[in-house]
Every structure is written in structure tokens, then in C-alpha cells.
Design a protein around this ligand. Structure first.
Ligand code: ADP
Ligand code: MG
Length: 725
């Protein structure tokens, strides 16, 4: 085995970048080639179908059977031109990742032959045998049928030989079994709640659009090295491994030259992404060795989230073409940065006005401040459930683990906006909010600099940061579906906007001018958020945890416990009133979360236990035997035993092996006890303790890695996994 490791490392090191088939055309020319977008709809659909479909997409009418048949006919023609043979409903179950079941177009033609057929019915609805998708008891297996239904706002696309239809996934009793359904409900809720406020400023506004721009972080490891690590293969992270002598301390990787093999991988993903209409924009090395990031141009939230799900798939398959395995786990390696997925989020009107960026005049700025402050208040009110929305067994290694955002949801505004807010509460409510530098002689006392986007200083420790024209929700995990976080954020914002609008209406009813009514309503909210959710300092310090608790922010670090924030009275009120989740959906989703948590920790616990017994201890004992032979030989030649290094190493190995065995045994017992607990929440809490104990099990292993002969060590080491490419 030891030789094998050495060979694998050598081979991995010698691998060359894989040639990428880059089209000769410019990306702008083949962008969206595999997407059935508006331009293709116009080309492949008859006029009446095209018009009807556009109305469905705008949400003005449901999709009727005749239109569906017309759409399917056009899609089939287009798909067959691309060599497509199968269709699938493509959906986002609660497992994370996407699901698909392929059906071929093939049908009997009734005359002894075969034809390709694709009907409106097959486009609109499918009934996957989905009994083994998690539903938290909503759909007992005997009534296994949920169904998937096309979401016409998300365009159909082709992957390989398959026409993929983005769908929602719902039970026959109408409950959502996926991420997309509640996301769409919540986006509508925000639009509906924001609209009357926007109309105070401009009656022409018809709806409000949510925007998402995700930044996907990931690791790449050589696939042969990956295959030699059972922990990576089965859990997506290394459960053991001593940090290498060179870590990320030199900061030479971040924004450094992209290694050739990785650059080829990125190019390949981009080509695939462009064809699929994903506007990939940014690629770079991240902080940790072996870690990288990819980000698109932001877009409408539901579509952008679909594209993130799709790109995660594309990255996975492309990585294999390049001899890599993609790691989306939030913490694949101890001691270096983990991966997140910053969700850059903003709102804008259908008239093209961004709502979270300074405006062109005092009115525009007032509208900006209105949305800015209400978003912060929403985050404050629902900080616990927002944290719960990003919590998972895997993200637990980031949140609160002294890197990336802490397990407290606070907001970072930057100096400029903090100053603006402080001024606003002290000045008369009719003070105009000016743009500094635009006018020669500004008379306003509150000013927002023109270049605020570049002006916002960065505070990397904040989970929710304002960055000039958007908020960055940074606590989302790299493997997560952004919809979980966005649905909760949107719900919280919608609720707050409704309450705010009601208060402003009342102030207007009392005869106050619009801007005064708005500022009078905003002022107490501003004071409140400045004292509570806004925090500009270092989020990693223990002082902040104490201060946050004093401010009433949620400081829970136990993940199974965090999930309970979804079913508190205030959360149930939030989600049910807005029609985003029913109470049953909330409780069943929590069941799914606890169950997933248990399973993930359970797998990790089994893997580390078996590796300790089958991989590590045998190697440690082999090396110890060698040392003992050395000791015996030394004795034979009459060497002094006192201070003999072989002897002290032997003793240290005995101590470590004993420690390792007893910790594994204790963990196995704890697991048995946990498995006997019926209540899922209680069982998840027991598994939380087991998760914590895994760190103690790896300690003697990592120490053994340091002392055992390098030749004997069976697992690729961190330095080999991380610096190879
Ligand atoms: P940084 O790492 O500096 O935060 P990146 O360029 O890596 O920035 O990613 C920023 C992301 O934010 C991109 O996806 C970008 O399109 C997106 N973004 C920019 N402006 C907005 C906005 N107004 N609303 C939503 N997302 C935005
Ligand atoms: Mg960023």
C-alpha cells in the first residue's frame, strides 16, 4: 500500500492539462445554444402558442392543455435537431442536488413501427416514483406518488441526449417536497409586499424582481488520490490528516496563477455553462490551496438558483473529464479555509430601478433607504431562522468554527451607510438624502457618495454584509441549495415590508407628506437595528458572542437545535401567513433535516471508526514492531536503553493506539445508544455530541501520521492532496 501511495502521487503530479474543445465562435455567439429561450420559442412555436406561453411565463394565466401541446411540439422539433432522445423532469428534492428520471421519446406508431413522441402532458407533468425522496412523513411510502410540474419561468435545456424540464415537486396533497416550490412562493410574496411601497414612489411599477448572484467555492483533488481516501469518497471530507507543513499562510494561492489542469477544467465548465445560458463571469483561486471560485453575472433569483444547481452538476462531471474530483463539502480539510456560497441578493422593479442601491435623486435615495432599513429589520427579527436556513451537518464546520461567518446572524453596513443612518435619526424627517459630489453646492445634510459600490469596506467576518448595491448572505454553504436561505430571507423581508407599508399608510392618513411619513416610520426602526443587528466589528471574538446574546441575537451553535427556529410561533406565523410553508411542511422539513443530519454524522462516524481500526492501527503496530526489532538489536549490542528514541516512540505509539481504540469504542457505544432514540430531534442531538467526538478521534490519528514512517502511511497526506495540481 505504501508504494502504491507513492506511485499514485507521482502519477498525479505528472498529469498534464486535458485539451478542451473550445468552439471557434465567440461565447456570445453560442451562449444559450442548448436552452429553449425566447428566441427559440419564437422560431419553433406557432404565433398563438408563443403568445400564450409568454403570458404563462409572466404569471398572467395557467398553462392550458392546448398550449402545452403546442409548446411540446416545437420543443420536440428543436430537441431532435440536437440529437435528443430522452426527456426528464429536472427537480430539486430535499436531498440537496437535483434529481432526474429519463424517459425516451420512443413510442409505437400503431403501424408496427416506432416514432418519436413528446406531448404537452409529458411536458407539464410527470409522476416519478419518488417514494425514497425525503419528505419527513408527508408522503408515506404506500402513497408514494408525488408529481413534478413544469415551471415555465425557468427555461428548458438540453444536457447530452436529454431534454431537461425544470419542475416543481409536490405531493398529491399539495405540499411542497422540494426547494423550488417554496422559493417561488417566497419570491412572489416579496414582490407583492414590495409593490405598494414602490408605487408610493412610482405608480408605474407592476412587480418587484429578486436577484441572485452566487459565488460558488469548491476544491479540486486529483481523482486517483481521492480514490485512495475512503473518507473523502464516502463523506466528501477528510476525517483525518495532519495539516501540511505549508498551509495557506503564505497567501500565495489566493488570486494566484491558476494551475494549468485547473484552468482547463474551468474553461471546459465555462463552455458548457455558456451553451446552457449560464452567464459565468469570474474564476479565480480561493484562499486555501486546491480551492477555487466561480461566479456568474447575477440574474432573476429562481433562474439563477436553477443555474447554480445545474452548474454544480456540470462541474462534477467536467472535473472527472479532467482527472479531478470536485469537492463541494463545506470543510473538506481541517486547518485551512472551508467553502461557502455567498448569495449576493438584491431587489429591483420591473421598471429597472434597483431598490438596494442609492438612487439618482433625493426621492430615489429615500426609496433605497426604505428598502435597506427594512431588509435589516427583517434580518434582525428573523435572525434565528435565517441561521437555521443555512445550517447543516456539513456547514456546521464553517459556521461558528472560527472561520467564515460566525454562528450569529448580524449585518455589516460599512462606514458610509452607518454614518448615513446615524445622521438620519437625528435630522428632521424632511431632510433630503443627497448624492455627494453630484452637485457643486449640496445643501443636504445627509449624503451618500456616488461611488458607494467600490467604497464599502469589506468585513469578511460578517454573515450578512451590504456591498454597495446588494446584500451578501455569506453564511450559505458551498453544497447547499441557495433556495433554502433565499426563501427564508424573502419571507422575512416580505413580512417586514407589509408591516412597514401599513405604518406608512397610517402616517399618510394622518396628513403627513410622503417623505415625512416614511422617515417618521423609519426612524425608530433605524435606532433599533443600529443597536441590535448591525455590527461592524470582528465577528470571531468571544466578546461578540457575549454582546450578541445581550442584544437578543440567537447564538445557538448546535445545529439540530438551530432547526427548531423553523417551528417557533413567530416563524410559523411568518411562513404560513405569507403562504410559503404550511405548518405541516415546516415540521416535516425539520424531520428531514434532523434525519439528514443523523445520517451524515452516522456515515462519518462509521468511516472514521473503520479507518482507525483497519487502516491506522495496523500501520502503527507494524511500525512499532520495526521499532521493537531495533530496540532488541540495540540491546544485543549492549546499547544504553535509557533515552533510546526507538523505545520512547514505541511507548508513544502504544499510548496513541490505546487512546484511539478507546475513543472509537466509546463512539460506537454512543452511536448504539443514539440509534435507540425514537424521537428524531433527540436522536439528532445525540448525534451532535457524536459529531463533536470525531475531532477527538482524529487527534491521535493525526499524531500517528506525524511519527509513523512515511513509507508505511496508507493514505495520501494533506500535502499530496492539496498541492498536487
Ligand atoms: P466579490 O468576490 O468581490 O464579492 P464577485 O464578482 O466574486 O465579487 O461576485 C459578486 C456577485 O454578486 C456576482 O455574481 C455579481 O453578479 C453579483 N452582483 C453584483 N451586483 C448585484 C446585485 N445588484 N444584486 C445581486 N447580485 C449582484
Ligand atoms: Mg464576494
Amino acid at each position: 500500500m505504501s508504494k502504491l501511495r507513492f506511485d499514485v502521487v507521482q502519477e498525479a503530479f505528472k498529469k498534464k492539462a486535458v485539451e478542451v474543445n473550445v468552439p471557434s465562435a465567440k461565447p456570445s455567439e453560442y451562449f444559450g445554444e442548448l436552452v429553449f429561450g425566447k428566441e427559440k420559442m419564437r422560431r419553433y412555436l406557432d404565433a398563438a402558442t408563443y403568445k400564450a406561453l409568454l403570458e404563462c411565463m409572466a404569471g398572467d394565466r395557467p398553462l392550458d392543455a392546448v398550449t402545452a401541446d403546442g409548446v411540446a411540439k416545437g420543443m420536440k422539433t428543436w430537441a431532435l435537431e440536437h440529437g435528443v432522445t430522452h426527456i426528464t423532469h429536472w427537480f430539486q428534492p430535499l436531498t440537496e442536488g437535483t434529481a432526474e428520471k429519463h424517459d425516451s421519446f420512443l413510442e409505437y406508431d400503431g403501424r408496427g413501427g416506432m416514432i418519436e413522441e413528446f406531448t404537452g402532458r409529458a411536458l407539464v407533468q410527470q409522476e416519478p416514483d419518488a417514494s425514497s425522496f425525503p419528505s419527513g412523513g408527508i408522503r408515506a411510502t404506500f402513497e408514494a406518488r408525488g408529481y413534478t410540474a413544469w415551471d415555465p419561468t425557468s427555461p428548458v435545456f438540453i444536457q447530452d441526449d436529454t431534454l431537461c424540464i425544470p419542475t416543481v415537486f409536490i405531493s398529491y396533497t399539495g405540499e411542497a417536497l422540494d426547494y423550488k416550490t417554496p422559493l417561488k412562493r417566497s419570491l412572489r410574496a416579496v414582490s407583492d409586499a414590495a409593490l405598494p411601497i414602490c408605487q408610493l414612489f412610482d405608480p408605474a411599477v407592476r412587480h418587484v424582481i429578486s436577484y441572485l448572484g452566487w459565488e460558488q467555492e469548491y476544491f479540486l483533488v486529483d481523482e486517483d488520490l481521492y480514490a485512495a481516501r475512503p473518507d473523502l469518497m464516502l463523506t466528501g471530507r477528510t476525517l483525518m490528516g495532519h495539516v501540511s507543513s505549508k498551509n495557506q499562510q503564505l497567501d500565495d494561492h489566493y488570486f494566484g496563477a491558476i494551475p494549468a489542469r485547473v484552468a482547463a477544467f474551468m474553461r471546459d465548465v465555462e463552455v458548457c455553462g455558456y451553451k446552457l445560458g449560464i452567464p459565468l463571469k469570474t474564476r479565480h483561486n480561493e484562499v486555501a490551496p486546491g480551492q477555487f471560485e466561480m461566479a456568474p453575472i447575477y440574474g432573476e433569483a429562481n433562474l439563477s438558483n436553477d443555474q447554480n444547481q445545474l452548474v454544480m452538476n456540470v462541474m462534477q462531471t467536467t472535473a472527472r473529464r479532467h482527472g479531478f474530483v470536485l469537492l463541494l463539502h463545506e470543510k473538506p480539510f481541517d486547518g485551512i479555509n472551508g467553502s461557502g456560497k455567498h448569495c449576493n441578493w438584491s431587489l429591483g422593479t420591473d421598471t429597472g430601478v434597483p431598490l438596494l442601491a442609492p438612487g439618482r435623486d433625493a426621492q430615489g435615495n429615500l426609496q433605497f433607504i426604505t428598502f435597506f432599513v427594512n431588509v435589516l429589520k427583517a434580518v434582525q427579527t428573523h435572525n434565528a431562522v435565517l441561521k437555521a436556513s443555512v445550517a447543516s451537518a456539513t456547514n456546521a464546520h464553517r459556521l461558528g468554527a472560527n472561520e467564515a461567518p460566525p454562528a450569529i446572524v448580524s449585518a455589516f453596513l460599512g462606514r458610509t451607510m452607518t454614518d448615513v443612518l446615524h445622521k438620519l435619526i437625528t435630522l428632521p424627517s424632511d431632510t433630503p438624502i443627497d448624492i455627494a459630489g453630484k452637485r457643486g453646492a449640496s445643501v443636504g445634510l445627509v449624503e451618500i457618495p456616488e461611488i458607494i459600490v467600490d467604497n464599502t469596506d469589506r468585513n469578511r467576518t460578517s454573515p450578512f454584509a451590504f456591498t454597495g448595491n446588494r446584500f451578501e448572505f455569506r453564511a450559505v454553504g458551498s453544497s447547499a441549495n441557495c433556495a433554502g436561505a433565499l426563501t427564508t430571507l424573502s419571507a422575512a423581508v416580505a413580512e417586514q415590508l407589509q408591516a412597514f407599508h401599513a405604518d406608512v399608510q397610517q402616517a399618510i392618513g394622518e396628513g403627513r407628506p410622503l417623505s415625512v411619513a416614511i422617515m417618521d416610520t423609519l426612524k425608530p426602526i433605524i435606532s433599533d437595528i443600529l443597536d441590535t443587528v448591525c455590527f461592524e466589528g470582528n465577528g470571531y471574538t468571544p466578546e461578540w458572542a457575549a454582546e450578541a446574546a445581550r442584544r437578543g441575537l440567537d447564538t445557538e451553535t448546535n445545529v439540530p437545535e438551530m432547526f427548531r427556529a423553523f417551528t417557533t410561533p413567530s416563524s410559523v406565523r411568518l411562513f404560513t401567513r405569507l403562504g410559503i410553508y404550511t405548518e405541516r411542511e415546516l415540521t416535516s422539513r425539520n424531520e428531514v433535516k434532523w434525519e439528514t443530519y443523523v445520517k451524515k454524522v452516522q456515515i462519518e462516524a462509521r468511516v472514521i471508526g473503520r479507518m482507525a481500526i483497519n487502516h491506522i492501527i495496523p500501520v502503527a503496530l507494524t511500525y512499532q514492531t520495526r521499532l521493537l526489532q531495533n530496540v532488541r538489536l540495540m540491546q544485543e549490542v549492549g546499547e544504553e536503553m535509557e533515552g533510546n528514541p526507538a523505545l520512547s516512540l514505541t511507548r508513544e505509539i502504544s499510548t496513541l493506539v490505546r487512546e484511539l481504540r478507546s475513543r472509537v469504542n466509546a463512539m460506537v457505544e454512543a452511536r448504539k445508544a443514539a440509534n435507540r432514540i425514537d424521537d428524531l430531534y433527540q436522536r439528532a442531538c445525540a448525534y451532535h455530541a457524536i459529531a463533536e467526538s470525531l475531532a477527538a478521534i482524529r487527534r491521535p490519528i493525526d499524531r500517528l501520521e506525524q511519527i509513523v514512517d512515511n513509507d508505511l502511511w496508507p493514505l495520501p497526506k494533506y500535502r499530496e492532496l492539496l498541492f498536487i495540481n
